[in-house]
Write a protein that binds this ligand. Structure first.
Ligand SMILES: [Zn+2]
Length: 475
């Protein structure tokens, strides 16, 4: 990494404020299939972005030429762009939008990914594909891992100095079973956490591999999910995507302000809804929480240098705060959070949801099931669809079970449900307690033009919704 504090002092510029953010990330991607090594590659990404404020306008220039001359050229471009576009600025920003910040964030891992060889991980993944293959009817077994380490340094002309060091592990196991014309896939989803090699435990991978192999076979014989209105219990590995799509994205302030409108990215939420919209039932408590150890999008500062803190977004069902960083907060005049983030050094930071969690409630899983006379339990997302305004959605899951007279009974295949965002969350009837709570996440949240794939975390409990439209078949 560069000595940014020295470099920024040597840059010649006439900006009112200047910042440099350096990002270096190394990621290993490994895939095994059907007891054989499939492929593996390593990506190394390293560069800097310079942000300049001139006459109330921010502009950026990124470079992977990391010499003093390369950085000076990027600095000149950022200042030129800010100066020459300030006549058309949408908001007069000022140096108070980039206050001095100092601090660091260290990885939570016990075992560094650094010395982890591709061979060690491949052995674990090969073993997992073999454990999934419990029958001739299992026709495809895939095991995948992504291991990434990232360093981010940020300095500014106002004296900021931030260093963040992050370490990420994502896995995915998937088994497909086939008999005649029927094909069913069962997977682990994409468990994603901050941490190190300790997250890749042979016993855990083997147990999960056997479970999904067995459940893929169960689905081959299962009846179709019924169609009708039912009480619906969603496992955390479906709740997390429901939160992501129907709470996270519509509450991103840049969407509400219209920045994402040309990219299927508007929102049904209006700025006047903050403080007044009953988004969900009084049981719904949603927090933006970048402080959870091991959650995928934990950090100490966002990419503008704003210190990240836990905040309620929805409190007792009421919408109280938006998912917008300092620039959007100034423009929208509503409270937000430290969530201005870029996917790497070569993209500008925009409003991203980071860790967005549902706080656990008081009901155990068994109590939740016992309270349902006629219902459906669904687990692990398989597909989703939601409109530009994030209002009307439908989701499909891999594996379902009927709930009859307070008991889980038959396994059902191809379970789906649909709804409209605020009526759906207002039908939240019970929230699982800490024993149902899982820390999940994804490396694949897409947004922005040019596109930015970024990591998000969602820690959520099992949830029960009443009177939801459920249907069977491929969604
Ligand atoms: Zn997303």
């Amino acid at each position: 990494m560069l000595n940014l504090e020295k470099l920024i002092g040597n840059l010649r510029h006439q900006a009112d404020w200047l910042g440099i953010r350096e990002v270096r990330e190394t990621s290993k991607h490994l895939i095994c299939r059907n007891g054989k090594f499939d492929h593996c590659y390593t990506l190394i990404d390293h560069g800097c972005v310079i942000e300049a404020l001139v006459d109330g306008q921010f502009a950026y220039s990124a470079t992977n030429l990391l010499s003093p001359q390369g950085l000076q050229e990027a600095c000149d471009r950022a200042v030129f762009l800010a100066k020459n576009t300030s006549a058309w600025k949408i908001f007069p920003f000022h140096t108070g939008c980039r206050l001095k910040a100092k601090g660091q964030f260290k990885p939570v891992h016990q075992l560094s990914l650094n010395p982890t060889t591709a061979g060690d991980v491949t052995t674990l993944l090969l073993d997992a594909t073999q454990k999934m293959s419990i029958s001739d009817k299992i026709v495809n077994c895939t095991a995948q891992a992504i291991l990434a380490e990232q360093e981010m340094n940020l300095v500014s002309s106002s004296g900021s100095a931030i260093h963040q060091n992050l370490s990420f592990v994502t896995t995915n196991l998937s088994a497909t079973a086939q008999e005649g014309l029927e094909t069913q896939t069962r997977s682990t989803g994409i468990p994603s956490h901050q941490g190190g090699y300790e997250l890749l435990r042979k016993e855990d991978l083997e147990r999960e591999a056997e479970r999904i192999g067995y459940q893929a076979l169960e689905l081959l014989k299962a009846e179709q999910c019924p169609t009708g209105n039912y009480d619906l219990i969603l496992a955390p590995d479906q709740v997390y995507l429901q939160v992501h799509e129907s709470i996270g994205h519509p509450l991103e302030l840049d969407r509400i302000l219209g920045d994402e409108r040309n990219y299927a990215g508007w929102s049904f939420v209006n700025l006047s809804d903050f403080g007044s919209l009953q988004y969900g039932s009084p049981l719904l408590n949603v927090t933006f929480d970048p402080t959870v150890a091991g959650e995928f999008a934990s950090y100490a500062f966002d990419d503008t240098g704003l210190e990240a803190q836990r905040q309620y977004i929805i409190k007792d069902g009421l919408l109280v705060r938006g998912l917008g960083g300092v620039d959007s907060q100034k423009r929208a005049k509503v409270p937000g959070v430290a969530c201005t983030r870029a996917s790497s050094w070569n993209r500008p930071p925009i409003d991203r949801m980071a860790n967005l969690n549902i706080e656990p409630g008081e009901t155990s899983f068994l109590e939740m099931v016992a309270s349902v006379e006629q219902g459906i339990y669904m687990t692990t997302n398989s597909c989703w669809s939601i409109d530009d305004y994030r209002r009307k959605f439908q989701f499909g899951c891999e594996y379902g079970q009927l709930i009859e007279n307070g008991k889980l009974t038959k396994v059902i295949k191809n379970p789906n449900y649909r709804g409209i965002t605020t009526p759906f969350w207002n039908n939240l009837k019970k929230v699982g307690n800490a024993s149902t709570f899982e820390i999940l996440g994804s490396p694949y949240c897409g947004k922005g033009e040019p596109n930015q794939l970024i990591r998000v975390g969602h820690a959520v409990p099992t949830c029960l919704f009443e009177n939801i439209e459920v249907f069977g078949g491929s969604a």
